[in-house]
Ligand binder design. Sequence first.
Ligand code: NAD
Length: 328
Amino acid sequence: MTDFVDNVAFIGLGAMGYAMAKNIRKKMAPTGTLYVFDVFGRVCEKFRDEFKSFGPIVIVESPKEAAAMSQTIISIVPGAKEVRDVYLNNNSGVIVAPKNEDRLIMECSTIDSQSSREVGQALGTAGTGKYIDTPVSTRMQGGVPGADSGTLSFLIGHSKPSDTDPISHRLEKVATMMGNPKKFFYCGKLGAGLAAKISNNYLSCSILLAVAEAMAIGIRSGVDEKLLHEVIQNSTGQNFMADVVQPVPGVVPDAPSSNNYRLGFKTQMMIKDLGLGVDAGYATGIKPTMAEAAYRVYENAAVDPKCIDRDGSSVYLHITTTQEDHQE
Ligand code: NAD
């Protein structure tokens, strides 16, 4: 009998997907075939050349073809538009692949919950697969190192693994090839993994800006930056972004800021995640005061040459060089 992990399709070989697919190819049965698809075809060739020694890698022409060949699909693409294209396109999407209700679909992109519910329901109705939102996160700023080391956390829009639900065990097994099972959070239902992810990112992006502003204010008021960091670390303001992603250069040696704001998580990406937080706020009737304020700042930082393509903590450079006129 063919084990389900013998046939896996991976769609979207970008910064995250390339590293995640690498772990799948290394850990799946060496006799099994990994089918890969990305709109940027060259990356598929690079991936095949780099990892073909671990077992067969076949480049396919469309998500439809990827699905036709596989019992498991994993995808991670930029946003909801691309997710809809991968799954719902009437010519090339998974929705027009041969029916297979046992096909497991793990969609890992960070998108809004409503889109994932719509795509999941459409695929369920078409009988082309069981779609589960499985966005990823790490306790680092930016997910690529976690993707590379296979230690990702998965926020899963499905119930906990149970023997009455065979697909849940398959999901756990595939996720374990890319992540740390101690960091798998089963959020209960379609779209809930993304809802959890969006709430977390609402906080992390907003807190990063708050840290940058608080540090800038303290430093300008005459407090030594390292001393200020220690005070916060030992007081009620203590938080992960201040401790690890500290935006002031030279305060935390391993922070992106102390390393020329190396990535990390791009400044431009902060807008996307804050935007999802703002939209989720209005969709649930909670006014997203913090995320809206942070969004406005990051919108400007994202076009500031000091911050473009650097870690989002470079917002510190943006606020300390563009807000002089706020002094009274
Ligand atoms: P990326 O832009 O590096 O990669 C996206 C890949 O998808 C690219 O290779 C692109 O060619 C491909 N693609 C685009 N449209 C496609 C389509 N229609 N069909 C097939 N392939 C398509 O982005 P990334 O950094 O890998 O992020 C991917 C997703 O993961 C995003 O939703 C992002 O928010 C989320 N995420 C990123 C990080 C991170 O640190 N980069 C961390 C957690 C979550």
